[in-house]
Write a protein that binds this ligand. Structure first.
Ligand code: ACO
Ligand code: KIV
Length: 577
């Protein structure tokens, strides 16, 4: 097909006119009523409809998350759907504060069997639908407008008749959906709904849920919002009808359409976790709920273990959730690119500093974090995978991994240098460099493998110009505590052939070193051919510093078989001796 011919096959959606719309000036301040239709719209769209075990796993998840309205199936569609409804009722698996609902077409015999399937339920909603859009009236049903109204009214009458006989003890709710509402002439949708309400007679203690589906999403979200605002203004009995929406995602704007429709007056939303459902799915309840949370609005749903939600949805639907899915995808809290990593690392540092200053925990502080709209820990994800390393990464990311995974806070110059090594490996392999590998690369590059008890054998005397103690920052000559440490270090290192000179305050004054911890030291030494960094560990500062100097010398190609300096052994050996 030639691209220039394609537009002629499609017509622009003709929106309704609502020049005095008010929804654009509103904000969302409270969560709507939620209904999960994972077990109905979600299930009916699967290659393999859920087995009873999978349905139960989904039902339990939805209950645990706090959904209070759950559409559990289309009981007359299949024996499995019917049996599942019976199982929930007979095994008393429905918590008292949860209302199940079941869908059925506006067909008398099917409604009778649906009512039967609910026998013994404490509370339940029967949801009747028929398509109202012109295309469906003309092509699918071959009926006039009046016949379409009559179909909806007859469905409502069937529902009344059968439920009075079969479900006298049930706290029974009624929901009606003009299927394809968004493609229906608005005045006609209202005409059908008014006729249904006339028959159901909503009033105190007798609500009707009028559910308006964007069965196939056809327009931009603002058009749907206009439709909903107009409906809300026009439909009678506002106190006794709940204006519900059931958006699909055919244009990929289901979430936006829902949010605007909520501004426009919708009070209830039907959708599926991670956007399951027919075609491109129903609107995603996870995205909607967490969008609210990140604006400070309590969604009333527990998303604190998002991985359980994702795993259960994947198990039940046998479909993968995209790694990029908002809030729940495997990669959505992960930055690979250098500038993002740098900003996140600084963001965490700032948050920790603010928390320390206020004497609070980080989790008590407002979340203000570059590139991360939500704290991963709020949905049960850890910080470890926030930064991952590949060829797009930079020093900030490498430093983050060294700190988060290996507990090493590299000095800035060393971060820059080491990031080049990591970058070279990433370029050569074209693949991700795992945190383990980053750690091994660091040790291979900067840690001395020489026996710490052996003498430092170098061609030229190393001049130690920078020394950072891990966890304590730069060792400087300008602080009272530091100068004592420095003097003692000079005293120790000088006889071992290390010239300590010009050690300056090169960064913010560090904390005191954790006394119980093995010392880890970064040393920068100057040799005739240039400077080199080394890293050393040891039982104390002196041993670690000596080891770091040794590593720097090795990296500078300064090691020689014969020692030219005075020393014959390092501090570690001296201590033992
Ligand atoms: C947008 C949605 O998601 S709606 C939910 C869709 N879900 C499903 O369809 C799954 C459950 N449905 C089914 O399994 C089947 O349709 C059954 C078992 C309920 C009924 O099966 P059957 O009667 O054998 O077949 P079928 O679905 O083809 O029936 C279509 C008939 O119902 C009519 N019909 C379709 N929808 C409705 C409706 N909402 N109200 C009244 N009649 C309807 C059609 O016009 C058609 O009538 P015709 O046979 O006179 O042309
Ligand atoms: C039956 C209705 C609510 C539906 O699923 C739809 O129109 O998408």
């Amino acid at each position: 097909m030639k691209a220039d011919r394609l537009p002629h096959r499609y017509q622009a959606f003709v929106p309704m006119t609502l020049p005095d719309r008010t929804w654009p000036d509103k904000t969302l301040t409270a969560a709507p009523r939620w209904l999960s239709t994972d077990l109905r719209d979600g299930n009916q769209a699967l290659v393999n409809p859920m087995t009873p075990a999978r349905k139960l796993a989904m039902f339990d998840l939805l209950v645990d998350m706090g959904y209070k309205e759950i559409e559990v199936g289309f009981p007359v569609a299949s024996q499995d759907d019917h049996d599942f409804v019976r199982l929930l009722i007979e095994q008393d698996r429905i918590p008292e504060d949860v209302r199940i609902s079941v869908l059925v077409q506006a067909r008398d015999e099917l409604i009778r069997r649906t009512a039967e399937s609910l026998r013994g339920a404490r509370s339940a909603t029967i949801h009747v639908y028929n398509a109202t859009a012109p295309l469906f009236r003309d092509v699918v049903f071959g009926i006039s407008r009046q016949e379409c109204v009559d179909l909806a009214v007859r469905g409502t009458e069937s529902m009344l008749r059968h439920s009075e006989r079969l479900l006298a003890d049930c706290d029974l709710g009624y929901q009606y959906s003009p299927e394809l509402f968004n493609e229906t002439e608005p005045e006609f949708a209202v005409e059908v709904c008014e006729a249904v309400m006339d028959r159901w007679e909503p009033g105190p203690g007798r609500e009707i849920v009028l559910n308006f589906p964007a069965t196939v999403e056809r327009s931009t979200p603002n058009v749907f919002a206009d439709q909903i605002e107009w409906l809300d203004r026009t439909l009678s009995r506002p106190a006794w009808r709940c204006l519900s929406i059931h958006p699909h995602n055919d244009r990929g704007t289901g979430v936006a359409a829902t949010e605007l429709a909520l501004l426009a007056g919708a009070k209830r939303v039907e959708g599926c976790l991670f956007g399951g459902g027919e075609r491109a799915g129903n609107v995603c309840l996870v995205t909607l709920g967490l969008n609210m949370l990140t604006h400070g609005v309590d969604p009333g749903i527990d998303f604190s273990d998002i991985d359980r939600v994702r795993r259960t949805v994947e198990y039940c639907s046998e479909l993968p959730v995209s790694p990029r899915h908002p809030y729940g995808g495997e990669l959505v809290y992960t930055a690979f690119s250098g500038s993002h990593q740098d900003a996140i690392k600084k963001g965490f540092a700032a948050l920790e500093a603010q928390a320390a200053e206020a004497g609070e925990s980080v989790r008590d502080r407002d979340w203000r974090m570059p590139y991360l709209p939500i704290d991963p820990e709020d949905v049960g994800r850890s910080y470890e995978a926030v930064v991952r390393i590949n060829s797009q990464s930079g020093k900030g990311g490498v430093a983050y991994v060294m700190s988060a995974w290996h507990g090493l806070d590299l000095p800035r110059d060393l971060q820059i240098e080491f990031a080049r090594t990591v970058q070279a490996v990433a370029d050569a392999t074209g693949a991700e460099i795992t945190p383990d590998r980053v750690g091994r690369l660091f040790e291979q590059e900067y840690l001395s493998t020489a026996d710490a008890t052996k003498p430092l054998a170098v061609r030229h005397v190393p001049v130690l110009t920078e020394l950072f103690v891990d966890g304590a920052g730069p060792l400087s000559a300008d602080g009272a505590v530091r100068s004592g440490e420095l003097d003692s270090l000079c005293t120790t290192l000088a006889p071992w052939g290390v010239l300590v000179t010009g050690l300056e305050h090169t960064g913010p004054a560090g904390k005191s070193q954790d006394p119980g911890r093995e010392a880890a030291v970064y040393a920068r030494c100057t040799f005739p051919d240039g400077p080199a960094w080394g890293f050393g560990r040891g039982p104390d500062l002196h041993a670690a510093a000596f080891s770091a100097v040794r590593a720097a010398a090795a990296r500078a190609g300064e090691t020689s078989p014969e020692p030219t300096g005075v020393p014959v052994a390092g501090p570690a050996a001296a201590e033992r001796g």
